[in-house]
Ligand binder design. Structure first.
Ligand SMILES: NC(=O)c1ccc[n+]([C@@H]2O[C@H](COP(=O)([O-])OP(=O)(O)OC[C@H]3O[C@@H](n4cnc5c(N)ncnc54)[C@H](OP(=O)(O)O)[C@@H]3O)[C@@H](O)[C@H]2O)c1
Length: 246
């Protein structure tokens, strides 16, 4: 595709959890469409590698070591992204962890860590980008939730609670931020072959699971949707899984 035909030319995105998996695929898909990317995650070597690969492909990217549970680190990372790109047009709250354990065996630390990263992390990143977006009266926030945000899943009480809350936050923000021209979306993937899935469900056959690129494709649609229309929730499930509510 020629530069003139790119969907996100002139835009900049801050992607939390962009060092690997779904976040990396979103970063690469957005960058290929002309978007400058601020890549944030705790593992510096991983965000550095993604930034290098985007730059080698002709895109713009900066790598930021940042733990989303720490509001000061988030504020610093968002300021660096503003300094580099002038504005953040798109925020992707993708940083997340998963844990399979029956509720009665769950420790407070495990519960708290899951909620802290998956939900409070999105709170901190959203709070940090909102002043700029509200000032410019434009922006998009894409929250990477899960099918665990719309249905119960056995042994995933903390994960389900974090993702259901993220979906609820997304809908309230979509309502509150309309008047500022800011769209808010929740993307709810089913099984995707990533490190998170492998560590949480090592025994599962993943031969028909989706790839991170399948989710990036849905995010690209949301990021480039016309300002006349919006999409609140996108459920992207494995082709052979049962429709939610079916
Ligand atoms: N894979 C699936 O089947 C699936 C299905 C539905 C939804 N999701 C959701 O998709 C998102 C991405 O998951 P994934 O499967 O791509 O996992 P992944 O491959 O493990 O990638 C997760 C990314 O988030 C980052 N991250 C984790 N904790 C962080 C923190 N405290 N601060 C900053 N970054 C942090 C990780 O980097 P560091 O560890 O270096 O910080 C990594 O870059 C998650 O929100 C997950 O819940 C995944």
């Amino acid at each position: 595709m020629t530069d003139a035909g790119r969907l996100l030319d002139g835009k900049a995105a801050f992607i939390a959890g962009a060092g690997r998996g779904i976040g990396r695929a979103i970063a690469e898909a957005f960058a290929a469409q002309g978007c400058a990317i601020a890549l944030a995650a705790r593992t510096r070597s991983e965000v550095d590698a993604v930034a290098t690969s985007i730059r080698e492909a002709g895109g713009k990217a900066i790598a930021l070591a940042c733990d989303v549970v720490d509001p000061e680190q988030v504020q610093c990372a968002v300021s660096e992204a503003h300094d580099s790109f002038g504005a953040i047009d798109i925020l992707v709250n993708n940083a997340g962890v998963a844990l399979f354990k029956p509720f009665h065996m769950l420790s407070w630390d495990e519960w708290h860590k899951t909620i802290d990263i998956n939900l409070n992390g999105a709170f901190h990143c959203t709070q940090a980008v909102l002043p700029g977006m509200m000032h410019r009266r434009a922006g998009r926030i894409i929250n990477i939730s899960s099918v665990a945000g719309v249905k119960p899943i056995n042994k995933q009480s903390a994960y389900c609670a974090s993702k259901h809350a993220l979906n609820a936050m997304s809908k309230v923000l979509a309502m509150e931020l309309r008047e500022f021209g800011i769209a808010v979306h929740a993307v709810c993937p089913g099984g995707v072959t990533t490190q998170l899935a492998e560590e949480a469900m090592p025994e599962r056959d993943k031969s028909d699971w989706m790839t991170p690129e399948d989710i990036a494709h849905a995010c690209l649609f949301l990021a480039s949707q016309s300002s006349r229309a919006t999409t609140d929730e996108v459920i992207v499930r494995r082709f052979h899984s049962v429709p939610i509510g079916g």
